[in-house]
Design a protein around this ligand. Sequence first.
Ligand code: UGA
Length: 433
Amino acid sequence: MKIAIIGSGYVGLVTGACFAELGNQVICADNDQGKIETLKKGSLPLYEPGLAELIARNLKNKRLQFSSNIKDAVRPSEIIFITVGTPALDNGEADLTGIENVARAIAVNMDGYRLIIEKSTVPVETGDWVRQIIATYIKDKTKFDVASNPEFLREGSAISDFMNPDRIVIGVESKRARDLLTELYKPFKVPLVVTNIKSAELIKHASNAFLAAKISFINAVSRICDTVGADVEEVAKGMGLDKRIGLSFLKAGIGYGGSCFPKDLDAFVNISEKLGYNFNLLKSVRRVNEEQLSFMLKKIKDSLRIIKDKTIGVLGLAFKSNTDDIRNSQAIGLIRMLESEGARIKAYDPQAMNKARDVLSRITFCADAYSAARSSDCLLIATEWDEFKELDFTRVKKLLKRPLIIDGRNLYEPERMGKLGFTYISVGRKSVS
Ligand code: UGA
């Protein structure tokens, strides 16, 4: 099938490359000419495992093309995905300027029937508005449909999430739109959930909000575990093996971050309020997440006593492992708090240091985990990269001024760390020394 992807950011690139890999003819467009030139040369503006190879392969076999002109994408394609960003405004509302601009540009460039699909995460009822914009700017009486097809891929495992989804959700309001999307997703042998557009829009917001709620729930439980000496990992396992609850997204830590959960929760709370519902539950989810940073800061303060002029080695800057994304990273939030208490920070991240340099001007960036540990008063684990799980702890111990590890991701076994001679403080588990 012939597909246009408008917006070559994270979601657009993964979606475009995967549809091309499945044998479709795809053109990814973006108004950032610099980005398009980079992509045409086969370089990537972001880090995502496997994506560079997928793009290179499909550029070579000519199933994937890039253009900075939206017309080049709209003209030959029957199916058009909108994958532009929907960042949060200061009041939490989703900024839909990008969606509006793209909808208008699609309308003026259409020369026949098109199916226009929202893939970006948008508040419920955006589909109606997109339909209105297109109807306003369209030439003649060209026919079109609007649909919603939310994406559920996670950064760091986006390609496998796209290729092996648990379900595919399509929100449609005509047979033609339903048939086209059913045909497009034919290679996937998973449940196809067909709904109206508003339900599909809500499925996305509700799913992200629910996952964030699971994380805040276990983080709240971790506070109780800390107080009474229970182990949150055991509690999560004991709960999660109940199929109704499930094991995933029950990992306690420094809290959730990234470009999706914080923004989508704000937008969901905001749209609910506009629709007359005060979503207090989600406000609490947000509050627990914010408090998780103060809770980590308190752990650091309790063990170092005075933070001012102490050197803290931080492992991890990305909002989670396997990405270079630092948007709303709790690691960065915690570093800022430590800086304002007068700490000196030495940090290392396998992928995110380039991006972090733009937002953290006072910290020392290190070549590896061991340099971050060297002469530091403690080591703070902020992102769950695999390489941090395999450190040479005898070496780390020698390098640190004192053998203190504060682990915001529960990467290590407390008993083992105690035997290795560390004071080890983690989240919702007994401290050892
Ligand atoms: C999230 C959703 O998981 C995807 O389904 C969705 O498509 C995407 O948002 C989106 O809306 O675009 P993502 O933000 O890439 O994906 O990352 P997640 O793996 O969901 O992690 C989000 C945050 O929660 C990270 O900071 C992670 O460290 C944290 N987390 C996750 C926990 O603290 N505990 C957990 O058990 C799981």
